[in-house]
Write a protein that binds this ligand. Structure first.
Ligand code: FES
Length: 67
């Protein structure tokens, strides 16, 4: 694991972003329907958006706007 990019999976559904990419997901809705990711706590959503936009599967922590 890259210590600078520790976010690599949806915790709620125990699915890695690499697995989602390998499944050729096309949208947040597609991911939710097929894997459930984004429908639990929702905290993986910003990373799912980045995955869809950039194809990256490892991310640094996106700071919450609630702090
Ligand atoms: S981490 Fe993906 S829904 Fe909670």
């Amino acid at each position: 694991m890259n210590p600078e990019k520790p976010v690599t999976f949806c915790v709620c559904h125990k699915t890695s972003f690499a697995d989602l990419k390998a499944a050729k997901v096309t949208s947040l809705e597609d991911i939710a329907n097929r894997f459930g990711c984004g429908t639990g706590c929702g905290s993986c959503k910003p990373y799912l958006v980045r995955l869809l936009e950039t194809g990256e599967t490892e991310f640094d922590v996106i700071e919450s706007s609630y702090s």
